[in-house]
Write a protein that binds this ligand. Structure first.
Ligand code: ADP
Ligand code: MG
Length: 322
């Protein structure tokens, strides 16, 4: 029912950037190689995400917009080792409850694509549509039917900045994919498939690369790789702290603490260390099912993770620099 969906939407779709994040994650989960994003007016007027992923079979299109319908989790065992970024099946339904959403998709098994619309929770009948294999989701007029929420949106520039940040996180997490971002018709980012370090350089700047140590260590089922900036990198701000766990951007207090301790031990005065770090481990050793927006995780063996991150970083930062 619409009210419940609108309340759920408040958690999933806090602002345009949260809707964009969900759409991008769906494109990644669909195995896309290229993802094109277009925004208008900071995302409030329009968020369009087009991908070349698996697409959705015509007969399942309406399910994509149903609450708690996910194609990604079949049972509780799946939940324990979730690899996809989404698994709750509520993002599209939640967005559709508070916007005008159009979903156009074509699966390889269908001779042509299909389109379906959802406006303020009301679903249209599906219609045939011309589209190559993949999916295009358009979200227009976010919060047009919930003025109380619309009031909380900030300026276009601020909402755009949040959208760009969501885009950057996803683009960092998948350097192997092609991404573009347009805002109000202007091309802001055009990223070709690249090595991780090249992608980081493109997004965070060559200066960040020059002032960083490269990390890549494995031990006992854990791998940490990426770049950590030295104090010679002067532009370090809170915003340059990127941490990914199994490809998922996270804000994790435990790892953030281990990183801070490693920096403090070596560099004493680094207040806001800048880094782009990727931690990989067995999906069963980490619980991503903690919070609806999924930026928190819980580790089965938190102490081992803390120790590993601290030691790897500590060692890398202490290395004599060339
Ligand atoms: P979840 O990602 O948690 O499954 P969503 O509401 O985000 O839930 O999406 C619902 C379903 O719609 C997905 O499980 C997937 O089957 C389908 N879907 C959504 N976006 C895409 C896409 N870009 N490509 C292919 N399938 C998609
Ligand atoms: Mg999803």
């Amino acid at each position: 029912d619409l009210l419940v969906s609108q309340i759920a939407a408040g958690e999933v779709v806090e602002r345009p950037a949260s809707a964009l994040k969900e759409l991008l994650e769906n494109s990644l989960d669909a195995g896309s190689r290229a993802v094109a994003v277009e925004l208008a007016e900071g995302g409030q007027k329009l968020i369009r995400v087009a991908d070349d992923g698996s697409g959705i079979p015509g007969e399942e299109l309406h399910l994509a917009l149903a609450r708690h319908a996910t194609s990604k989790i079949a049972d509780l065992d799946d939940l324990a080792r979730v690899r996809s970024l989404g698994f709750r099946g509520e993002a599209l339904a939640a967005i559709g409850a508070v916007a005008r959403l159009t979903l156009v998709s074509r699966h390889a098994s269908d001779p042509h694509g299909w389109a379906i619309r959802c406006e303020a929770g009301a679903l249209s009948a599906k219609e045939p549509a011309a589209i190559a294999q993949g999916t295009r989701v358009e979200v227009r007029d976010l919060y047009f039917n919930t003025p109380a929420r619309r009031k909380f949106l900030k300026s276009e520039a601020t909402e755009y900045a949040h959208c760009e940040e969501a885009f950057v996180r996803v683009a960092l997490s998948r350097p192997d994919l092609r991404f573009t971002l347009k805002h109000n018709g202007r091309l802001r980012w055009s990223l070709k498939p690249a090595e991780a370090a090249a992608r980081i350089g493109e997004l965070l700047g060559e200066e960040f690369i020059r002032a960083s140590v490269a990390i890549d260590e494995r031990a006992a089922g854990l791998r940490l790789f990426g770049l950590a900036a030295l104090p010679t990198y002067s532009r370090g701000s809170r915003d340059d702290q990127y941490l990914f766990v199994n490809g998922r951007f996270v804000r994790d207090k435990l790892i953030a603490h281990a990183v801070r301790e490693a920096y403090r031990d070596v560099l004493h005065h680094q207040r806001h260390p800048a880094y782009a770090l990727f931690l990989e481990l067995d999906p069963e050793a980490v619980d991503v099912n903690v919070h609806p927006t999924k930026s928190e995780v819980r580790f089965r063996d938190a102490r081992a993770v803390h120790r590993f991150v601290f030691h790897v970083l500590n060692k890398a930062l202490a290395r004599p620099q060339a």
